[in-house]
Design a protein around this ligand. Sequence first.
Ligand SMILES: [Zn+2]
Ligand SMILES: [Zn+2]
Length: 394
Amino acid sequence: MDKNAVMAGLKVYEGELKALRHDIHMHPETSYEEFRTSALVMEKLSAWGIQAEGTIAGTGVVATIKGSRPGQRAIALRADMDALNMDETNTFGHRSTIPGKMHGCGHDGHTTMLLGAARYLKENPDFAGTVHCIFQPAEEGGAGGKRMIDEGLFERFPSDAVYSLHNKPGLEVGKFITRKGPQLACADSWTVTFKGTGGHGGAPEKSTDTTIPLAHFILGLQSIIARNVPALDSAVLSIGIIRAGTSHNVIPAEIQVTGTSRCHKPEVRALLEKRLREIAQHCAAMSDCSAVVDYVQGYPPVINAPRETDTAIAAIAALVGSGNVDGDSPPINAADDIAYMLEKRPGCNVMIGNGKGPSFKNNHMPDYDFNDDILVLGAAYWVSLVHQELNAAT
Ligand SMILES: [Zn+2]
Ligand SMILES: [Zn+2]
């Protein structure tokens, strides 16, 4: 791959890509409602002569580009399209036009970068094999990636590997990070309901008191992290909601406590759930109460495969030099539903520096924005990755 030719080729589209990114940013759409965005993606692909299917998981789009040389290998490149339910405080011209909705995570940029790459690959199909570009709905909590899989994503678009790219505010423009193995956390939620008889605050001996198991449970919960999770593994258990009581002199008959658990390994995830259930039951039994545990598994951890991570690192190094990619960056406690695709196919999630400017502080902040200066570089990463994956023998 001639990196200068790729960058120059993509630079030709830069103005159009910026306009496209601004258009998507101005019209943010949340989970499974990405109708305008999906139609825009389909319109662009069609204008560039790229074959695409546009209704998988409702608004999801998959575009297929075949290389000019024969090859059996196929890879999938995934971008997310959805926005967040939040108000934007930016005042620039391309700010959100829809109250209460904002592209606060940069998925407008992810969609645009992949569109740029798709166009370039269609015009420069100098590779052996097939590339599927996945534009998925509902990454922000709606598990759009899982729904695409459930609707036959990898049967309809057979892929040997799957890759994704997410922007990283605070990381300099031109830098990339990734890591082999667990990279992003799982995000589970749970509610424990302690049930007793409740009773008169002045006569606790005549009731079973749910506040006592709650107190033991809160302390016991943190002993899972301190005493059960291996010291070199990471895990977090946090309580966000406690609901109980109606009056200072009434012992509550029911208490609900709700929280989240995060970790990076499937075995630690199973351990957290098992011990949380046990501690809740035993704390309840100590006070002659009962406990009902509702444990909801959210996104699984993002686990990058060794071979595909090496391939991604090589693709970045070919573009910006090995000094600009940290291939062993620390795990992050955010989640991403690319995890579902990575459970089905080996692959790698890469994060691209969004820069350190005041607008690029952090995802999900009301004054965040995707950095237009990385549109070409992000698209170039995709092209470099395709060459690395499908032109390795040449
Ligand atoms: Zn997000
Ligand atoms: Zn995101």
